[in-house]
Design a protein. Structure first.
Length: 188
């Protein structure tokens, strides 16, 4: 049986845990990346208002943006590193106390990522709120718990990124991308 390089790797986890910094470092190292769609939506016209007044509508917009990114990279032969994915939408809904629609659930079951799922755990030493990252520390931890549980519930193995400088996190991630099944090998 031929082994293939993981194609759709995902960064998930807590807000403010270094995902964007790692994504930028990965792009600088020549790895194809896909941006965090939620942040793009929040920075666009009416994005913050949509999140505030219609969180379900915001979740649906995130789902559609994730779907476009997933499809954009569907035929790319090398690895792509996504900043969040479909189960993150489920985590957002659950931490917001909202139901998961059948469409969102079906998308999470049918459109699968084939690469390591890398979790950036909540990291108090680097957490900073900004214009789009509006959660307080407790909200960031709750978000991390919800999205991680959603990834696992949809059958993904989640690998923990170390609490380490970005270069070490990048090395850790590259090691996972270089293994045929996207699982940790000899990194202890």
């Amino acid at each position: 049986m031929a082994l293939s390089v993981p194609r759709h790797a995902v960064l998930t986890g807590a807000p403010g845990a270094g995902k964007t910094t790692l994504l930028d470092a990965a792009a600088a190292a020549g790895i194809q990346t896909s941006p965090e769609v939620a942040r793009q939506l929040l920075q666009g016209p009416g994005g913050m208002e949509l999140r505030e007044v219609d969180p379900l509508g915001f979740a649906e917009a995130m789902l559609e943006a994730h779907r476009r990114e997933y499809e954009r990279w569907a035929d790319y032969s090398g690895p792509v590193l996504f900043d969040r994915g479909f189960p993150d939408v489920v985590g957002f809904l659950e931490v917001s106390g909202l139901p998961v629609s059948p469409e969102i659930d079906r998308t999470c079951r049918d459109l699968r990522y084939h690469g390591p799922i890398l979790r950036a755990p909540a990291w108090a030493d680097i957490y900073v709120q900004d214009a789009e990252r509006i959660q307080d520390w407790q909200g960031a931890v709750a978000s991390d718990e919800a999205v991680t549980a959603a990834w696992r519930r949809y059958g993904y193995e989640v690998s923990e990124l170390p609490f380490a400088p970005v270069a070490k996190r990048l090395d850790f991630m590259r090691n996972l991308l270089d293994t045929p099944d996207g699982h940790k090998r000899g990194l202890e």
